[in-house]
Design a protein around this ligand. Structure first.
Ligand SMILES: C[S@@+](CC[C@H](N)C(=O)[O-])C[C@H]1O[C@@H](n2cnc3c(N)ncnc32)[C@H](O)[C@@H]1O
Length: 197
């Protein structure tokens, strides 16, 4: 169901085997048993979205059966985990910090959703996100703007994008909501003709 694959990492020089039946490959080195510090610094540090705000983001996404949610920069995994637990959908989290991936996997086990969620170590700017039908973001204005061409190129028309706190340059959101003092923004990926110059 979920696409399992190697994520490009540091220009493709390193590939983390995440297929269930593939050995993990870290060059000549075995995967460390204990999470280490990140291989490259995150573009933004981990600040969790409060649970009430996560719930509002998921309502705003209008989730339905068959959706696949990707949280780009997934931290402790709270958005994919709540999406899987509350709506029964498949969800993927991508984070560049292996400590966050380890936390997210632990939380998914506690929540009993390991069959539905997957956490991938990698860079959100190079990850394959094409199967997403919903994308959630809690990054920065500048990162959203940098990500925008990838979202428009790789996501299917109709895919919903929900951002906590940050806008996406001059791409006007179709909906904004305020919850507990936080702004949420929603966009829907248009057909290619609608956004080609
Ligand atoms: C503000 S936190 C948001 C966490 C979670 N999405 C939430 O809303 O609770 C941003 C996360 O993005 C991750 N991150 C930063 N730069 C990244 C990158 N280039 N690729 C993947 N993850 C990244 C950080 O490690 C951090 O966990």
């Amino acid at each position: 169901m979920l696409r399992r694959e190697c994520l490009a990492w540091l220009g493709g020089s390193l590939c983390l085997g995440v297929m269930a039946d593939l050995p993990v490959s870290l060059g000549a080195q075995p995967m460390p048993a204990v999470p280490q510090s990140p291989l490259r610094l995150p573009d933004v540090k981990f600040v969790p979205t409060p649970p009430t705000v996560v719930a509002a983001m998921l309502r705003m996404a209008r989730l339905h059966v068959g959706d696949v949610l990707y949280d780009l920069g997934s931290g402790d995994g709270r958005i994919p985990i709540m999406a899987a637990r509350t709506y029964g959908i498949a969800a993927v989290g991508i984070d560049i910090d292996e400590r966050r991936i380890a936390e997210a996997n632990t939380q998914a086990q506690t929540a009993g959703v390991t069959e539905q969620v997957e956490f991938l170590l990698g860079d959100l700017f190079t990850a394959d996100i094409r199967e997403a039908t919903v994308v959630t973001l809690y990054l920065l204005d500048v990162l959203n703007e940098r990500l925008r061409p990838t979202l428009l190129r790789d996501l299917l028309p109709g895919t919903r994008i929900i951002s906590h706190a940050f806008r996406m340059g001059d791409w006007e959101p179709e909906q904004t909501t305020r919850i507990d003092g936080r702004m949420l923004y929603r966009w829907t990926v248009p057909t290619p003709e609608a956004h080609e110059p």
